[in-house]
Design a protein around this ligand. Structure first.
Ligand SMILES: Cc1cc2nc3c(=O)[nH]c(=O)nc-3n(C[C@H](O)[C@H](O)[C@H](O)COP(=O)(O)OP(=O)(O)OC[C@H]3O[C@@H](n4cnc5c(N)ncnc54)[C@H](O)[C@@H]3O)c2cc1C
Length: 441
């Protein structure tokens, strides 16, 4: 029987094809043969049957934010769930369909007074974010995005719709919490238990523009020191940057679930920074402000690893030499530390697929450019420096993926890899869900 495709089908001849091909990272220019915009779970089941029956390569896509573009491809079918965007809030439990993005989710839960351990970028897909673990400014207090997940609905390779939670398909539930997007099936719905309601938070922006690498290293030492016993209600991201407009500097951005007065006390070591902005506001306003600081799209090369220990000033300076010059065409390059610890490390490495629970920070390396012609140079710049940073760091963060050698599975999943391969063999025995860095059963 030939499968009748449902949903909205876009092909190379469709009027909006070019727009439908866009990824958030505009440096990614892939041309799928067909994009199937699914509108309900049955459409996803039909799409899976269709690609199987016709022996077609395909990718799964939601918010299009994959750093390296593995949610799309040339001449592949894209199964896109972005139109599946319903959100249902029932007391402290929220259920979202597979295509919901951060901003819409924050609007619903924060208006009801609930925080959510989501990401900062408004257009990141909640499914992609959660499947990769999900780091956010609220994670030290409430855990990673995946730690709030209590259930997921997923269409697997035989076309069955499964529900995974603590009681059924526990092995799959383990894998869906940090095992990365696109590996086990198409997630059509996610249910989260929300943390206790919070009224206010303090938004933190501290910037040291044009200060040079010596000063940046000193600020980084202070930041590391602060994290030794930092109140888990606070989280801070530290970007050590070299920007076209602001030169070499360092910027701390963050959130504190507490008063401005208390935040000033905790951040006293940074009080002499040229720019210190601490503002107390509702959690809805705070999340909106964080989201609004993101551009609508960018062209960039990037990747992320884990930091397991503090660095000496000499080590920090060695790392900072990597951004002393920018790649050709680059307007911004940065080494960024994303705070971990707190509730993230309360959970053991074996409880969910997110392995690096005891890391101190995630390290991101990034180069942003504005002309596509510089893509290869920026990719090479980031890859080379990323390799140099390997000796200081461990593993690799699946939500900040980067092209790397054959060993990528071990890098992303550490000692959880063997279990993830078992799950892959059980739920996708024909290795249907396959892409450049998928888990191999
Ligand atoms: C600007 C920006 C900011 C970011 N900020 C953060 C952050 O603060 N914290 C953080 O943890 N990460 C962050 N990320 C990374 C982001 O969480 C991951 O890239 C995530 O995978 C994106 O999901 P997506 O749906 O938007 O992307 P897509 O490109 O659509 O998908 C990403 C991956 O997930 C798979 N996937 C998507 N939807 C589904 C589904 N329904 N079922 C199964 N697989 C699916 C895809 O096949 C692909 O492998 C950021 C990325 C960007 C570009």
């Amino acid at each position: 029987m030939t499968v009748q495709l449902a949903g909205i089908i876009v092909t190379k001849d469709s009027p909006h094809y070019d727009v439908c091909c866009l990824s958030w990272n505009r440096a990614i220019t892939r041309h799928p043969s067909m994009i199937i915009y699914c509108q309900k779970t049955e459409d996803v089941v039909g799409a899976i049957q269709y690609v199987k029956e016709n022996n077609l390569s395909f990718r799964v896509r939601s918010g299009t934010h994959h750093y390296a573009g593995y949610s799309t491809g040339d001449d592949v079918v894209v199964i896109d769930v972005s139109l599946m965007d319903e959100i249902k809030l029932d007391d402290d439990v929220v259920t979202v369909q597979g295509g919901v993005r951060n901003r819409e989710l924050y609007e619903v839960v924060c208006q009801a007074g609930f925080p959510f351990a989501g990401g900062g970028c408004p257009t990141v897909g909640v499914a992609g974010y959660t499947l990769g673990g999900g780091w956010g400014y609220s994670s030290r207090l409430f855990g990673l995005g995946c730690d709030q997940l209590i259930e997921a609905e997923i269409v697997v390779s035989d076309g069955e719709v499964l529900v995974a939670n603590r009681h059924q398909h526990q092995d799959l539930f383990f894998a869906l919490r940090g095992g990365g997007g696109g590996n086990f099936g198409v997630v059509t719905s996610l249910t989260y238990r929300l943390p206790e309601k919070q009224e206010m938070a303090t938004l933190i922006n501290i910037d040291y523009p044009q200060v040079g690498i010596e000063k940046v290293a000193e600020v980084a030492l202070t930041y590391q020191q602060l994290f030794k016993d930092l109140d888990r209600r606070m989280n801070l991201k530290m970007a050590m940057y070299h920007s076209e407009t602001k030169g070499i500097g360092v910027k701390l951005t963050g959130l504190f679930y507490g008063s401005k007065t208390h935040a000033i006390h905790l951040l006293a070591a940074f009080s002499s920074a040229p720019c210190v902005e601490l503002e107390e506001m509702s959690i809805l306003e705070a999340n909106r402000a964080i989201q609004d600081s993101h551009p609508d799209f960018e062209m960039y090369a990037s990747g992320g690893r884990f930091i397991m220990r503090d660095y000496t000033k000499t080590e920090l300076l060695t790392m900072l030499h990597l951004i002393q010059n920018r790649a050709p065409g680059s307007v911004y390059t940065a080494i960024t530390f994303y705070g971990l610890g707190g509730a993230i490390s309360d959970i053991s490495s074996e409880e969910t697929a997110f392995y690096y629970r005891d890391a101190r920070f995630i390290l991101g390396f990034q180069s942003v450019f504005e002309d596509k012609g510089y893509k290869e140079q920026n990719n090479a710049f980031v890859r080379e420096r990323f390799n140099e940073l390997c000796s200081y760091t461990k593993g690799s963060f699946i939500n900040f993926p980067i092209e790397q050698g054959e060993n990528y599975e071990k890098e992303y999943y550490g000692d959880n890899l063997a279990r993830l391969k078992d799950v892959k063999r059980k739920y996708d025995p024909i290795n249907l869900f396959k892409f450049e860095q998928s888990i191999r059963g």
